[in-house]
Design a protein around this ligand. Structure first.
Ligand SMILES: [Zn+2]
Length: 316
């Protein structure tokens, strides 16, 4: 694997596109970034994970930064906004990130000003970086000026504590200006548990473990009554964020070193599979550059495995 990630071809800027019921789902990208392979695979031995992902000389692996864009017919919804352009030179050197989300959205035909809703599953730097844009004069403005932003209040409270364990992950310019201006709505547990939709067909659910207030995002288009006379389950996609960051993380016990509560993550993965597997949800992976979405099935040994969905128009 090269030390430096090769520049993207324009055709690689849109990672996948497909319909979910009447909704159009597009996976855009902020590019790739590098993280320590050991931290990404927790207690899984390198001898096992390196069969699936190659590490560079510094033990770093390439990860994706996937933004899901959902066009519901009424609204344009953006889930996660990548690393953004506020990294210091030192952090850019470590992560080798490329700040590609604006180009990716343009390649997908998504204008920032037409985005109605932005959802952050949590407020780590690699999930909300393009919430705002840093300009040459040092000012920071909302990237999606007409959007209402949504995040969990518990994430903001945790970020403000600036704990030594994870303060590097919480960069105030990614969210504080939006809170100050009133453009970001902060949800609490009660609001999430109430299950109200953020907009038609888009709902969040708590999946604590990676952080205490991590949210997954359900994409469930309203069902057309005439299309399913016998009932049954409608099309359903779920952006599960850092609960299951890549298709290599579907095994419940293979949780990350970054997770604040690894045992909680294991239980939450199992709880997620109780519906995601039988109902054949399309699972969207936040950090898998090559496999941004898959269904999860159970193999002959009874273990969850990622399977590429039928009709997946992934560009790879
Ligand atoms: Zn992440």
């Amino acid at each position: 694997m090269p030390e430096r990630v090769t520049p993207f071809e324009a055709t690689e800027l849109v990672r996948a596109r497909r319909s979910v019921g009447d909704f159009e789902l597009t996976i855009c990208t902020d590019g790739t970034f590098l993280l320590d392979g050991g931290a990404m695979f927790g207690v899984v031995p390198k001898t096992l994970w390196q069969k699936r992902i190659a590490a560079d000389a510094s033990n770093r692996i390439v990860l994706g930064l996937n933004t899901a864009v959902v066009r519901t017919g009424r609204q344009t919804v953006v889930i996660e906004t990548g690393v953004g352009n506020k990294q210091t030179a030192k952090m850019r050197d470590i992560h080798q990130n490329q700040e590609l989300l604006p180009a990716s959205l343009a390649a997908a035909g998504v204008k920032p000003d037409e985005v109605d809703v932005v959802i952050n599953t949590h407020l780590h730097f690699d999930h909300c970086g393009w919430n705002t844009t840093l300009h040459a004069d040092g000012s920071v403005t909302p990237t999606f000026k007409n959007a209402r932003y949504f995040a969990h209040a518990g994430e903001v409270a945790h970020g403000r504590l600036q704990l030594e364990r994870d303060r590097v992950s919480y960069l105030a310019p990614n969210y504080e200006p939006l809170i100050e201006s009133g453009q970001m709505t902060l949800l609490d547990d009660a609001a999430v548990l109430a299950g109200r939709e953020i907009c038609e067909g888009i709902r969040v659910e708590m999946f604590p473990g990676h952080t205490a207030h991590l949210m997954g995002v359900h994409i469930e288009p309203p069902r057309r009554v005439e299309s399913r006379p016998g009932g049954g389950v409608g099309p359903h996609a779920c952006y599960i964020s850092d609960l299951i960051p890549t298709a290599h993380h579907v095994e419940p016990t293979g949780v990350m070193g970054y997770d604040l509560d690894p045992l909680g993550c294991i239980e939450e993965r199992k709880r997620f599979y109780q519906r995601a597997i039988p109902e054949e949800w399309l699972v969207l992976f936040t950090h898998d550059h090559d496999t941004p979405m898959a269904r999860v099935a159970v193999n002959e040994k009874g273990k969850p495995v990622a399977v590429l969905p039928k009709g997946c128009s992934s560009t790879h």
